[in-house]
Design a protein around this ligand. Structure first.
Ligand code: ADP
Ligand code: ZN
Ligand code: ZN
Length: 816
């Protein structure tokens, strides 16, 4: 008899064995999908892990239903990589499988089947069973697999579903995404009667009394002669230094004609391959150093200040790898912010660039998956967020991890709780290729790795074109308040600098940290704030919708008119979010275009793009935003950056708070003055003598690093020690307490003082579940693998205690 071991897309610790027929033995290979029965009545898509002849001893192997692929959809290397992820991050292979495969690859009992509204197909092409499903979907909006089993009256329906998917008749489990409305960009050209030489002469003569308008026409003429491309209004205003009023006057006079072109920001528009930029001297040296470092190291950290031209160096490296016909993985922390980068890379590499991220529909993801698997030239460079490390690479030649310090590389929930940077480095090892990490503010971990010679270090200390680093000024708002120099949350200095910058026609970015600045409502009479009924937090006030919302569970209610505790009408807003900043700015600068970029305003697949394009097109004068502003955006006209309040992030109770604050502030500051005159940054704070603020002002990364390392050493934190966080959750307060005590006690028997907790986190109840954390610290000399083994043993005994069975346990390795 022959058997296969399969990975099921559910969190069970072991592989499951099924029997296969003689005919199937020759056909089945690891990495193919099969549909299998499981439990009493479930059906799953499973992934073949191995083919063998060992009968399982604990149960009788069932037969598979059907083979779903004629060749593997995942590679042997992926299986190895998944194995590493599941062992290192203490999760099941099923967890990894679910994270890796696009939804459309995993059909199961719960999958929702809907008809594909955009699908184009001939009804006559449908087989009888396919037609039955198609017809059923004309009468109901969705079907579950179990419904289809009863409609077709057979168990084995996944092949039919797969055929329907291939024929574009149905869709599976798609989230509904906002439809992309392409951004219209404004262009101008001369009305046709002026296009002849004579016509132009006459026009210039006519405009001799209007020198500004004349200047615009001349500029337009020389621009079109140079570039032979359509001219954007934004380009014209910039080059001719004309205001938009002048351009409008020319349009009104029927001299200029305005028109709009759609700019589809993700699809490659098919423009010719631009030559790669020639590296500056400093970049060339860094590039050579990286190449040399790869002779001795597998991993190199490029520490280059903001706007030093790191991306152009990556481009050079990518060019080399493409010449060897290999694939490149280019990781970014949050892909939604990468439009600019996609465009830049496509300018050089055209359709070789593919983008992969979770905001894409299942169909789009399947497409990229297959291109990578087939080593298509259409996806030689994969630009992706976290989950793109799970793609089926065939021949990876280089991994680039940009903004390597970003904490969003670590998956928080659900399992696998992997760090994409670290998983990518392991992937590179499997392909025996190199990894390049890049950042202006490297994580303490990575910089430490250069110190112990695990990574090589290459530094780039000047900005491209020798643009000066921004001038950073600290504004003491305690003092300003005392001297009544504050207007709302704005110091007189900030207002002065903003006024100046706007007058010069430059743009301003205002940064407000999202943490702890949610506006809450407080009763001035009794001091009570409305609380979420499901979580231990105050509800935050959303002015725009006049709602109170919970950021943890999504609970929302209409804003209260009177205090629910004492009935008083005297309610007050505490804390200030981006919305408040926006409102205040609008009052201070009523003539300016103000926009906001935060989670609220950028929902939907193209939410960010809209704001970013508007900023690029200079339709926005002042942009107020959160963390999102920091992610490597390159805006030419931003000259001033204001950090509204630095203190809250510094005071956050987390051993990484200082490191993160430094990174955040340096990155936001880096948005100022990237090409033109020197940028200016104002940081408002109650505590201008804080070491971190001093280090930000002088851009002293090394000083920050050494100081943080001292603290981590003294208090036993990463990168010296490693951390595994164990979280327990249950509805019952007492049960969670008892369970956590039992768990921590068992851990202490082995790990002694290296166990912290159990402790309630600052928000101790979320969605009606009480939460307790225990932290295990792993000293440098202690085996990480052995530690995990021990924890798993303790975990298994814990799960065997009947009383604790309903308590949820989450293991988070290298927790953030
Ligand atoms: P970083 O990634 O280090 O922040 P970028 O690669 O975005 O820096 O470069 C900053 C700016 O300088 C960009 O506008 C980029 O186009 C420009 N730039 C960088 N290197 C070159 C080069 N060699 N030639 C021309 N422009 C360059
Ligand atoms: Zn009250
Ligand atoms: Zn809640």
């Amino acid at each position: 008899m022959h058997y296969i071991d399969v990975i099921l897309p559910i969190p069970i610790p072991k592989l499951f064995t099924y029997s296969i027929t003689e005919a199937e033995v020759g056909f089945l290979k690891p990495g193919m999908r099969v549909s299998v029965p499981f439990g009493k009545s479930k059906i799953y898509t499973a992934l073949v892990h191995s083919v063998h002849t060992n009968e399982p001893y604990a149960y009788e192997a069932k037969e598979i239903h059907q083979i779903l692929d004629d060749k593997p959809v995942i590679t042997q290397k992926q299986l190895e990589h998944w194995q590493w992820i599941s062992e290192y991050y203490m999760c099941t292979l099923g967890d990894v499988m679910r994270a890796a495969l696009p939804n459309a690859f995993i059909l199961e009992s719960e999958t929702l089947i809907t008809s594909n509204k955009d699908g184009v197909f001939e009804e006559s092409d449908l087989e009888d069973d396919e037609f039955l499903i198609f017809e059923a979907l004309q009468h109901q909006s969705s079907l579950k697999i179990l419904d289809i089993i009863s409609i077709l009256d057979k168990k084995n329906v996944l092949p039919v579903i797969k055929r329907l998917l291939d024929k574009n008749v149905i869709s599976v489990d798609e989230e509904i995404f906002e439809k992309y409305k392409p951004k219209l960009v404004r262009y101008v050209k001369l009305q046709s009667q002026f296009s002849s030489n004579q016509g132009l002469q006459d026009l210039l003569e006519e405009l001799s009394r209007a020198p500004k308008q004349r200047e615009v026409i001349m500029t337009l003429f020389s621009l079109s002669a140079q570039t032979k491309k359509p001219i954007k209004v934004s380009e014209l205003t910039e080059k001719s230094k004309a205001s938009s009023a002048i351009i409008k006057a020319l349009i009104d006079k029927d001299i200029l004609e305005e028109y709009f072109i759609q700019t589809d920001r993700i699809e490659y528009s098919g423009e010719e391959n631009n030559p790669i930029k020639k590296l500056s001297e400093a970049q060339t040296i860094a590039f050579q150093e990286i190449k040399n470092s790869f002779e001795t190291h597998n991993i190199t950290l490029l520490h280059g200040v903001t706007s030093s031209g790191k991306t152009e160096i990556y481009v050079k490296l990518i060019e080399d790898i493409l010449a060897q016909n290999k694939q490149v993985l280019y990781l970014l922390p949050e892909i939604a912010l990468t439009t600019q980068l996609v465009n830049r890379l496509q300018d050089y590499f055209g359709e070789k660039v593919a983008v992969f991220h979770s905001k894409y529909s299942s169909q789009e993801r399947v497409e990229v998956w297959n291109q990578v698997l087939n080593k298509s030239s259409k996806a030689q460079i994969i630009l992706g967020a976290r989950s793109s490390v799970l793609l089926p690479f065939q021949d990876l030649g280089l991994v680039i991890i940009d903004e390597e310090h970003e904490s969003s590389y670590k998956q928080f929930d659900p399992a696998p709780r992997y760090h994409a940077r670290d998983a990518a480095i392991v992937l590179a090892h499997l392909f025996k290729c190199k990894s390049l990490l890049g950042s202006a503010t490297p994580s303490v971990e990575s910089y430490h790795n250069t110190r112990i010679n695990k990574y090589a270090l290459v530094e780039l200390t000047t900005r491209y074109n020798n643009v000066l680093m921004p001038d950073i000024e600290l504004v003491d708002i305690k003092d300003k308040q005392k001297r009544k120099r504050m207007t709302g949350h704005f110091s007189d200095r900030l207002i002065e600098e903003m006024t100046e910058t706007l007058k010069e026609g430059h743009q301003v970015i205002l940064f407000q940290n999202r943490r702890g600045f949610s506006p809450i409502v407080e009763c001035n009479t009794c001091g009570v704030s409305p609380q979420c009924p499901n979580c231990d937090v105050s509800l935050t006030y959303h002015q725009y919708k006049n709602q109170l919302r919970c950021h943890y569970c999504g609970y929302h209610a209409v804003m209260i008119k009177a205090c629910e505790a004492c009935g008083s009408l005297d309610l007050d807003n505490k804390g200030f979010g981006t919305q408040q900043v926006e409102d205040e700015v609008k009052e201070l600068f009523p003539k300016c275009n103000v926009a906001r970029m935060d989670l609220d305003t950028t929902r939907g697949k193209y939410g960010y793009e809209k704001v970013i394009t508007a900023l690029e097109q200079q339709e926005i004068d002042i942009l107020v935003g959160t963390q999102m502003l920091t992610k490597g955006l390159d805006f030419r006209h931003v000259k001033l950056v204001g950090i509204m309040n630095a203190d809250n992030m510094l005071n956050f109770p987390d051993f990484r708070a200082h490191e993160r604050s430094f990174q955040l502030m340096v990155q936001v500051s880096g948005r100022a003055g990237r090409t033109e005159e020197r940028g200016k940054v104002l940081i408002q704070t109650y505590n201008p003598f804080h070491r971190i603020l001093q280090q930000v002002t002088t851009n002293s990364y090394l000083e920050m690093f050494e100081e943080q390392m001292d603290e981590r050493r003294n208090f036993k934190y990463p990168p010296i020690y490693r951390l595994i966080k164990i979280t327990l959750k249950h509805r019952d307060y007492n049960k969670v307490n008892m369970a956590a005590d039992w768990y921590a006690k068992s851990l202490r028997l082995v790990f002694k003082t290296d166990v912290l907790g159990p402790e309630f986190p600052p928000v101790a109840r979320i969605r009606n579940q009480f939460i307790k954390h225990i932290i295990v610290k792993i000293p440098p000399k202690q085996s990480v693998a052995k530690t995990k083994e021990t924890i798993i043993k303790i975990n298994n005994s814990f799960l065997a205690v009947k009383d604790f069975r309903a308590v949820r346990v989450i293991l988070n390795v290298d927790s953030y």
